[in-house]
Design a protein around this ligand. Sequence first.
Ligand code: GLU
Length: 472
Amino acid sequence: MEKIITRFPPSPTGYLHVGGARTAIFNWLYARHMNGKFVLRIEDTDIQRSTQASVDAIFEALQWLGIDWDEGPYFQTQRFEIYREYIQKLVDSGHAYYCTCSPEQIDAMRQAAMASGDKPRYDGTCREMGRIKTTQAVVRFKAPLSGTTVVEDVIKGNIVFKNDELDDFVICRSDGTPTYNFVVVVDDITMNINTIIRGDDHVMNTPKQILLYRALGSPLPTFGHVPMVLGNDRARLSKRHGAMSVTAYRDMGYLPDALLNYLVRLGWSHGDQEFFTREELINAFDIEHIGRSAGIFDIEKLQAINADHIQASAASDLVDPLWPFLKDRGIEIEDGDYTTNVIQTLQPRSKTLTDMADAAMFYYLEDIIFEEKAARKFLKAAALEPLRLLVDKLESSTDYSEKNLEGVFKAVMDETGLKLGKIAQPVRVALTGKTASPGIFEIITILGPERVIPRLGKAIQFIEANLDKSSG
Ligand code: GLU
C-alpha cells in the first residue's frame, strides 16, 4: 500500500487556536497510525498578515502538544520558483491563459452579472484570445464551462459542485505572485501529499483545487473535511468563548496529553471511551470515525479529562510541568524528590496544574498564614493539650512513617480522650493554614520534623496569645 502522507499547513496570521490544533492532530495521528509521514508547511504568501511571531507561536504550540513533523517546515514564500514553473506548465498545456482585462472591465462584468441575477464572475473575454504575457496580465485557469466536479469526501460523502458556477479564477496576479488555491495544489502535489484532512471552511476551495490537479495530470488525494469546533452557544469558536490559543491552555495548567485527548474526542470517537493516552490514540485513530457534526468546546469536559490525565501521570513526570506555576508563586523547586512526593498527594484533587500549585503552597512556605475562619474554628483552647502532646511525642520520634504516625495520634487520642477528628483538624490548620488538605499523616510524612515541629509550635503560641488576650 502507498505510504500515507498528510500535512498541516497553517497560515501564520495569529497563534495556533484549538480548532487548528485539532486539524493538525488529526493529520498527525493518522500519519502516525499508518506509519506514514506528516509534513509541516507554513502558508505565508499573505505577506501583509503573516508574521514571524505567529510562525514562532505555531511551532511553540505544536512542540508543546508533542506534534512532531517528519518533513518541513516548508515556507511558501521560499517556493516561488516552483510555482512559476507550474504556472508555465498550465499555460503551455492550454489549461491557463493570460488575461489583460483591466480592473474596470472586470468590475463592469461583475456588475452586469449581478444585474442579471448571476454570481459575479469573469465573463471569459480573454479565454480564447491567445494573449501573451504583459506586465499587466494575470493568468487565469481555464475552468470547464459545464458538467460537475465532485468532491469525494471521506467524512461528508460526495459533494457535487456545478462547473458553470466556478469561473476562470486567477492563479497568478499581474505582479507575478501566485494565488492561494493554486499554491496549495502545487505544494500538495510536489510534497506527495495523498491525504488531506482540513476544516470544512475549506470545502468551497476543493472543487477548484480538484480541477487544478486534473489539469496538472496528478492523482487526487483523499479529502476529508472536518466540521468546525463550536462554542457552547453553537457559534463558531471565537475569543468571546474564552481562550483560543493552545498555549493559553498550557498557561492555565492543562497537560498537553489532556488537551490532545480532548480535542481528538471533540470530533472522533472510539466506542464510548473518553480517556486515551497518546499511544492509545495513535493505535486507535482512523478517519472512518471522524464525526460529521460539529464539536462543541466544553471547558468543563476538558477540565475533567485534564484531571484524569493528572491522576494517571507518574508524579515525577509532573515536576517539570508544575515548576513554572510554582515559580509564578515565588517558589523555587530545589528538591525534585520532595516535589514528587508533594505532587503525589495532590494528584487526586487537582483539575489543573494551577489548582495543584495553589494547593501545594503550604508545602513550601516558610511561614504559614492561618485562614481566619479556620483559625477561629480550630485553633482554640481545646486544641492546646492535644497539640502540646503531639509536639512532645513527635520531638522524641524520628520515625515519620504513616504507620508510626498512626500510633502517635492514637496515643494522643488515648491520653486526651478526644476523637481523631478533634485532633486532626487543629493539626491541619497548624500545618497548612486551611481546613482542607491531603491526608494528615501524608502531609506530616512529607513535611518532616523540620517543618512540622515549628508549625505546631506557632499554632500553640497563636492559641496562647489569644487566651491571654481574652483573659487580660
Ligand atoms: N492555510 C490554511 C489555513 O490555515 C489551510 C489550507 C489547507 O488545509 O488546505 O486555514
